[in-house]
Design a protein around this ligand. Sequence first.
Ligand code: NAP
Ligand code: MG
Length: 495
Amino acid sequence: MSATASAPQIHNRVQQFIGTPRKMFINGKWVEAASGKTFPVYNPATGEVMARVAEGDREDINRAVKAARKAFESGPWPVMTASDRGRLIWQLGDLIEQHLEEFAQLESLDNGKPLSVARVADVPLAVDLFHYMAGWATKIEGNTIPFSPKYLAYTRREPIGVVGQIIPWNFPLLMAAWKLGPALATGCTVVLKPAEQTPLSALLLAELVAEAGIPDGVVNVVPGYGETAGAALASHNDVDKVAFTGSTEVGKLIVQAAAGNLKKVSLELGGKSPNIVFDDADMSKTISGAASAIFFNHGQCCCAGSRLYVEKSMFDNVVSGVVDEAKKIKVGPGFDAETDMGPLVSKEQLDRVTGYLQSGFSEGAEAVVGGRKKSGAGYFVEPTVMVKTNPNMKIMREEIFGPVVCAMPFSDVDKLIAEANQSEYGLAAAVWTRDISKAHRIAEKLRAGTVWINCYNVFDPAMPFGGYKQSGWGREMGHDVLELYTEVKAVCAAI
Ligand code: NAP
Ligand code: MG
């Protein structure tokens, strides 16, 4: 990609980074795949190959798990003080911040998202996550349990062991941070497999893991395909836990693969989140909020507000407001300064999303705005608002994972809640109203891991995130995540 008036120059380090085939990071060393194979990484704005990366497979996963096991059991990591461990994690956060522009550019080129968004969202949120988790390293405690004067009983919260982490492509660096932060804070060791579509920022992160002084083997990064490297990691007998973010379909495969050694499993899966607008909401915030709930990150958010329920009297108003917002969105390459929305991540996702649009049309839904792929190269889809929808349509039930919102009017609140909850997913939901009592009553009734009131997509490392129902197992971030990475040991001594 060449620099134009509207596109910044690619940072030298980024140019260098993508200019040579990237190796994988095992036991603190940069190594080729055992097979010698590499795979292509595409720029979704052009569909062209922009980098090549070592293609990890079972053999590489074996090597990485061995290194992680060794680092868990011997060497500096298991004997390090919690305070020193916390410092290393903090340092990793600082280093990411120092390289913010490189990460933002890599993320934009690799995933397609606007550079301006990666600069203010993906990278700073990853920095925050490591800084937040650094603090937990020194605050992991057990209890004493005074059940009898004859015994001294207490609990220890110990690291779960070697952790396999498999992440998706929608927030590549941030998802790596969500996974690595708590694993490091609790003293685990890790084999991380980034998504085949977006392996680059995890590899840059591994360089900083080494620079921060995190001991060899504590973090290993093995890029590769899900069906090979991912499956080998999920089924590995010497892995104590697997943490996965991605589709519900693959989540189920992870559970099956984990059954061999009954490793612990945590899952952060899909969603079809209801976004509920009452007629008394402050429309000056609600309409832009409802638009960004679905269009942020091109709809490629597991918690995207993809079902928009609007109280009947305001339905036309809100829909036309969201349509206006959609029309204002400039779709283009993530690297262009004017771009609000980049391409979808891959040809596969483009086909998936346009397939859903077709399915919606064939079932009778209509697009008030958008509804098509943008012509030309790259995987661009127009921001789309669908109306004339009904709860039985595929587009109302399944996760589209693109910039497509399905709007429906409601008049009866009990029916609305039943309908909002009538989903196999339960990741997030939102309520927009000035009646704060009503908002909290409804928040209680919604079967979702996160409920936003008069806001959307607000994240903080201190707030737990995860799903009810088929949206997942466990909660990431907040103190809840510590449970996913620790075992509790009860020690009982006769005294
Ligand atoms: P996916 O297949 O679930 O990918 C997520 C991760 O799992 C990737 O690292 C993937 O590797 C890996 N993987 C795939 N098959 C595996 C297997 N059999 N064993 C172990 N790991 C495996 O998601 P996708 O195919 O990229 O996207 C499909 C749909 O998933 C999207 O349309 C969306 O609905 C949903 N999705 C959800 C999230 C979320 O945040 N919850 C994120 C992304 C996608 P490869 O990339 O190398 O295949
Ligand atoms: Mg896949």
